[in-house]
Every structure is written in structure tokens, then in C-alpha cells.
Write a protein that binds this ligand. Structure first.
Ligand SMILES: C[S@@+](CC[C@H](N)C(=O)[O-])C[C@H]1O[C@@H](n2cnc3c(N)ncnc32)[C@H](O)[C@@H]1O
Length: 256
């Protein structure tokens, strides 16, 4: 199955979709992302949606930049300036996604204007050591995980891991007490085992287990759709095989 991953960064989400069963995951980002693990196109994501041939694409995921909704804007000291510098691409992305007629996901942070999203948190999954709450909107029904969200006492941004190993994966500098190499290792570990990204990319990454969970639901939906489509095709062929029109022709020309 083939999918497009818009605003892909270094592809945290892409790896989860691969595990779920997508075999072609084309990443699109406005800056070069040599760490992206699959086929990559450097392009404005909205321009890509407007111009690319999507006829053989099964599904599209978009992770527009989240800085304009992030809580960090209140820590920046100048909310207006922050909002000016960080454009809101959610609405324009959604408008173009709807036009494609394909199943889609828009992923973003809490506070983003998503429609009926489900929320996923690290503590609902195994091998996660950060909460990283993220919202997922879709035009198909999405099931939530059965596991509840468990509260973890995480130390403030810039501090190291708490006693239970949980850490906040954010910020441009390594947390206190770690150098850059250690921060990269620990952030990757906390996100479920990511070892192919820079520190900056890790701070933006979607844990692969989130999109493995969602990807399996999308694949099930697509499989059902394919089955329905095939049934419809078979019905059309059956109608054609012994159509009234055909019988009339036989009567007219063969039965005297
Ligand atoms: C929040 S990150 C996505 C992180 C990704 N979901 C992951 O799992 O690793 C947003 C990305 O969008 C890219 N970006 C920003 N504006 C863009 C645009 N107009 N078109 C394409 N990519 C863009 C940035 O370069 C950045 O890599």
C-alpha cells in the first residue's frame, strides 16, 4: 500500500506506518531531511497536494508545524510575535486533503484546531518513557487505545529523567547533566527506540508506536473498501453476464 507523509521531518511517524504494513511511504518536507528513512521529496507540502498525481495513493498523513499552538508560545514572552512567525497551516492542509477524496490523518499538539481528534499518550503504549500527547484527526473512524493514560511525574523541560525514567523530550539544548550524544540516546529511547535522528528532529518526532496503532486501523479500512469494491465489480459483471438485453437479443435472433 502507498501513502504520502506531508511535513515528514525525519520520519518518526513513517516508521510506525511501515511496521503497520504500508510499503511505500513518500515523505514531503520543505527542508532537506537526509535522515528520513524512505523515499523523500523536498517541496512545500501544500504545493505538493495541489500538483502531485495522487491517483495511486491509498492514504495521506499530514503533521503541519505545531509551534503556533504549542504551550511554548506562552513561555516565549511575546505571544503575538510568536504567532506571526509560526503560521497556522492546519485549515489550509485540511481543505486540500478533503479535495483529494483519500482517507487522511492530520496530527498535531493539544490546543491545535483539529476536528474530533483522538488523543494518544506515551503511557498508553509499551516501551515509552515520555508522555508526548498528540492529537489525530481523520475522515475515517479511529478507535482509541484500550489502555488508560497513566499520570507520570515528569521533571520540568531541561531537567533529566524522573525517577521512573520519564522525561520531557523538547527544547533545543540537551537536558541538565547530559551532553548532546547522551541526550540523543535518551530522547530516542524515551520515544520508543528511535536511533536515526538529530536532537532537533527527535524533539519533533511522533513515536512510531502511535502510527503503528493508527496505521493498522487505516489498513483494515482500506482492505474492507477493496473488498467492497471487488464485490461491486463482481455484481456488475454478473448483471452483464445474463442481462435482460442479452436475453432479448438471443430471443430475437436465435428463437424463431
Ligand atoms: C512537527 S514537524 C513533523 C514531525 C514528524 N511528524 C515526525 O514524526 O518526525 C514539522 C515539519 O514540517 C516541515 N515544514 C514546515 N513548513 C512546511 C511546508 N510548508 N511544507 C513542507 N514541510 C514543512 C518542517 O521542516 C518540519 O520538518
Amino acid at each position: 500500500m502507498k501513502m504520502i507523509y506531508l511535513f515528514c521531518c525525519a520520519g518518526g511517524a513513517a516508521m510506525g506506518y511501515y511496521i503497520a504494513g504500508f510499503d511505500e511511504i513518500i515523505g514531503v518536507d520543505i527542508v532537506d531531511r537526509p535522515n528520513y528513512p524512505f523515499k523523500f521529496v523536498k517541496m512545500d507540502a501544500l504545493e505538493y497536494l495541489r500538483t502531485a498525481d495522487l491517483s495511486d495513493v491509498d492514504f495521506i498523513h499530514a503533521s503541519p508545524p505545531c509551534q503556533c499552538y504549542s504551550k511554548l508560545k506562552y513561555l516565549s514572552g511575546n505571544v503575538e510575535k510568536w504567532e506571526e512567525e509560526h503560521v497556522d497551516l492546519v485549515a489550509s492542509t485540511r481543505e486540500l486533503l478533503i479535495k483529494t477524496g483519500k482517507p487522511y490523518i492530520i496530527e498535531n499538539v493539544e490546543g491545535a484546531p483539529l476536528i474530533n481528534p483522538i488523543k494518544l499518550c506515551g503511557s498508553q503504549f509499551e516501551n515509552m518513557y515520555t508522555q508526548r500527547p498528540r492529537l489525530f484527526e481523520s475522515n475515517i473512524h479511529l478507535r482509541k487505545p484500550d489502555a488508560p493514560v497513566v499520570r507520570h511525574k515528569t521533571l520540568k523541560l531541561g531537567q533529566g529523567p524522573a525517577e521512573d525514567g520519564y522525561i520531557t523530550v523538547a527544547g533545543t539544548r540537551p537536558p541538565k547533566g547530559m551532553n548532546e550524544v547522551q541526550a540523543k540516546l535518551y530522547y530516542g529511547f524515551a520515544l520508543g527506540g528511535i536511533d536515526w535522528m538529530s536532537l532537533e528532529e527527535l524533539t519533533q518526532a511522533i513515536p512510531p508506536c502511535y502510527t503503528e496503532f493508527i496505521g493498522k486501523q487505516i489498513i483494515k479500512y482500506l482492505d474492507n473498501q477493496n473488498k467492497e469494491q471487488r464485490k461491486e465489480e463482481v455484481r456488475n459483471i454478473q448483471d452483464m453476464l445474463m442481462s435482460q438485453e442479452f436475453i432479448e437479443l438471443v430471443k430475437k435472433y436465435m428463437v424463431s
